[in-house]
Design a protein around this ligand. Structure first.
Ligand SMILES: Nc1ncnc2c1ncn2[C@@H]1O[C@H](COP(=O)(O)OP(=O)(O)OP(=O)(O)O)[C@@H](O)[C@H]1O
Ligand SMILES: [Mg+2]
Length: 311
């Protein structure tokens, strides 16, 4: 085992925002941390990277507490923070120089490393341009480059793909794969895009309101809902009375509004398509399409929390 948190907790003014979180990353793993806005993901990352002292609990590297010796973890850890932290007036190259100096890297070594990390994020040709002319996605990629300068063994990324263009997003996902598969770097990847975590991570933790509520591989988490089906209804309109009627049906466990209609989570193989059609007709609602599928990890999240990952 390489990095772990033990009962990690943080309270602000008496309110617990991270509550007894125990998670671990094994050497070479790529692990996802999933949770909605305000779940406590960034706070956990700040505590792991020793930017914020825990109220309770511990962070351990190879079994040794690093709370009091942050230099041990800083040496092996690269963190890509949620907020872009770059100097707008400086070029990409100058920003990386600046970060390299913080890590006390030697000039020559740093020069080589800067070209290597710029190549990795695909921005080597743009290095002389000043950061404020970069797109959000390009800035994020420079942030990733900065986190890699000191050859970290573990890289933590805090929602690196939120609000950026698809090209940068794909580039970032490729970089994460490269780091993990080819450089054998251990990854903790935070997101509220379940499909990203499914693609990138071999294991994931799901959290809500400061607590871990589930963990495991995609298959293990999928099994939580192995007794359920999802029925997607595309409707021309719907009303609360129809939702009430669906919820009153015995096999229906949950009803969620989607932009095309409704999503029902029902007991597996409950043979209820007929009654769904009848209900829609009774309420004067036009049923445009109906689709039964096995639940996704998004549905697992809905099941565990009663909420969707993105509202
Ligand atoms: N310095 C602080 N003082 C008071 N409350 C804080 C502070 N930092 C975070 N919080 C609160 O802690 C909770 C968790 O915040 P955190 O940033 O860890 O969530 P998150 O999971 O990263 O969310 P997001 O997906 O929006 O980034 C939030 O309710 C937030 O308001
Ligand atoms: Mg956050």
């Amino acid at each position: 085992m390489m990095l772990e948190t033990v009962e990690l907790s943080k309270s602000f003014r008496g309110k617990a925002v991270v509550d007894g979180v125990s998670l671990y990353l094994e050497q070479g793993e790529s692990v996802g941390l999933i949770g909605p806005n305000g779940a406590g993901k960034s706070t956990i990352i700040k505590m792991i990277s020793s930017l914020l002292p825990p109220s309770y609990g511990d962070v351990r590297l190879n079994g040794k507490s690093v709370i009091k010796q942050p230099q041990h973890i800083r040496k092996v850890l690269g963190v890509v923070p949620q907020e872009v932290a770059l100097y707008g007036e400086l070029s990409a190259y100058e920003n990386l120089m600046f970060f390299g100096h913080i890590y006390k890297m030697r000039k020559k070594e740093l020069e080589i490393k800067i070209q290597e990390v710029l190549e990795m994020v695909g921005l080597r040709e743009r290095q002389k341009e000043i950061i404020k002319t970069f797109s959000g996605g390009m800035k994020r990629r420079i942030n990733i480059a900065a986190s890699l300068l000191h050859d970290p063994q573990i890289v933590i990324m805090d929602e690196p793909t939120v609000g950026i263009d698809p090209q940068s997003r794909n580039h970032i996902l490729d970089t994460v794969r490269l780091l993990n598969h080819e450089k054998n770097i251990t990854i903790l990847y935070t997101s509220h895009y379940m499909e990203e975590v499914e693609q990138l991570c071999n294991r994931m933790y799901i959290m809500d309101h400061g607590k871990l509520i589930a963990s495991g591989t995609k298959e293990e988490l999928g099994r939580i809902l192995s007794n359920e089906d999802t029925i997607l209804l595309q409707l021309d309109a719907y009303n609360e009375a129809l939702i009430e009627e669906f919820l009153a049906m015995k096999p229906v466990l949950q009803v969620e509004k989607t932009h095309q209609g409704l999503k029902l989570i029902v007991v597996k193989q409950s043979r209820m398509l007929g009654s769904i059609v009848q209900s829609a007709e009774r309420h004067g609602v036009q049923l445009i399409n109906m689709n039964v599928k096995t639940p996704s990890l998004e549905d697992v999240f809905l099941h565990l929390t009663g909420r969707t990952l993105r509202d």
